[in-house]
Design a protein around this ligand. Structure first.
Ligand SMILES: [Zn+2]
Length: 107
């Protein structure tokens, strides 16, 4: 699928490669999603459930991202519990809510 999350042109890979001082978990997800976009990570499949993310280093390799369970099969996720693939999928899910799901803010 075509990702809808976009990164402003003045944001460079160097700016998003290191954590900000005092970075919150939410800021971390946004930063890693920007890193994924800059590095050309593509998501294939549904961000509502499970999708595949292309590797930024090896375009023959894909990782499985389980969005509801917030897991990814890449080494970065195994190391730190978060990665750019999952971050991009989480941001995409927020930007593209499942039309079949009840609204989260329904009374
Ligand atoms: Zn990953």
């Amino acid at each position: 699928m075509q990702t809808t999350f976009d990164v402003p042109g003045h944001i460079t890979l160097q700016m998003v490669s290191r954590p900000l001082p005092g970075e919150t978990p939410e800021q971390r997800v946004i930063r890693l999603a920007m890193k994924a976009v800059i590095e050309g990570v593509t998501l294939i499949g549904s961000v509502q459930r499970r999708c595949f993310a292309t590797s930024s280093r090896d375009n023959c390799l894909t990782y499985t991202v389980n969005v509801p369970e917030a897991t990814c099969t890449c080494e970065g996720f195994a190391h730190s519990g978060m990665c750019k693939h999952l971050a991009l999928a989480l941001v995409e899910r927020v930007l593209n809510p499942d039309p079949a799901a009840p609204a989260a803010n329904a009374a």
